[in-house]
Design a protein around this ligand. Structure first.
Ligand code: DGL
Length: 272
């Protein structure tokens, strides 16, 4: 038993997909969320910049007495080096392996699609994980969807939003043409658009939600290592952001369906 918190990092709001699932699966856990809303998006930046930002984010989350660090961000997860992970000195997971594992289990035809940020697609991390976990029978078709993150961050998430629909149709065309039966939402922002994506792909396609898969992984890991929290009352949730708290409170509240007022603090991650 371990009552320290779980630390979650993301470039912005997307990691809330993991937060929501962790809260649902592990109601006793204290969760500390860091969203770098002042510097989002990461996915269009260089590898070096993403690695520098990721280390600053991790340094911040480590100040909160956490037992596990979850990079609920496809871009950080696919760009961070094994040396950086080692230096954390605590259990760590990104989204790549848990998500690739779920996709390999779900596919029947072996045709798996990946949509993610440009940096994630460029890294090839999902391709390597799918090859390792799924073997030669699984083939990955990948496409970057750079406009999805700004759409989500600006609240264009309603399933009937015509702008999002138009953009999604264009981005998903290669996935439709490749006839994938399983589609990895390899960026944690994308599950917020899952109704639109599902409608375009059709009901026969299984969507793999990276936020949900990393939360399931965390649950299994903590249970398997005797690290689950034990407390009478529900766990707490604290949020730290690098842009104004107000904007985050609005979209996060909508998405989490729980008010986060009074629990969001703006910080300067570069000054730490
Ligand atoms: N949630 C991040 C990811 O999963 C966001 C992308 C970004 O910052 O560009 O990749």
């Amino acid at each position: 038993m371990d009552n320290r918190a779980i630390g979650i990092i993301d470039s912005g709001l997307g990691g809330l997909t993991a937060y929501r699932e962790l809260r649902r699966l592990l109601p006793q856990e204290n969760l500390v969320y860091f969203g770098d809303t002042g510097r989002v998006p990461y996915g269009s930046r260089s590898r070096e910049t993403i690695q520098k930002y990721a280390m600053q984010d991790i340094r911040f989350i480590l100040r909160h007495h956490v037992k596990l660090v979850v990079a609920a961000c496809g871009t950080i997860s696919s760009t961070i080096t094994p040396q950086a992970v080692e230096a954390i000195g605590l259990p760590f997971s990104g989204i790549v392996r848990p998500t690739a594992q779920a996709a390999c289990q779900a596919t029947r035809s072996g045709r798996v699609g990946l949509i993610a940020t440009a940096a994630t697609v460029r890294s090839g991390a999902f391709g390597r994980a799918v090859e390792e976990l799924g073997g030669p029978g699984v083939r990955l078709t990948a496409a970057a969807c750079p406009l999805f993150v700004p759409l989500v961050e600006n609240g264009f998430v309603q399933p009937d939003n015509p702008v999002t629909e138009l953009v999604a149709r264009q981005y998903l065309q290669p996935m439709v043409e490749a006839q994938v039966d399983t589609l990895i939402l390899g960026c944690t922002h994308y599950p917020l658009l899952s109704q639109t994506i599902q409608r375009i792909m059709g009901p026969q396609v299984t969507l793999i939600d990276s936020g949900r898969e990393v939360a399931r992984w965390a649950q299994g890991f903590l249970a398997g290592h005797g690290l689950l929290a034990q407390r009478e009352q529900p766990g707490t949730g604290e949020f730290f952001v690098t842009d104004s708290a107000e904007g985050f409170i609005q979209v996060a509240g909508l998405f989490l369906q729980e008010g986060v007022e009074g629990r969001v603090t703006q910080i300067d991650v570069e000054a730490l």
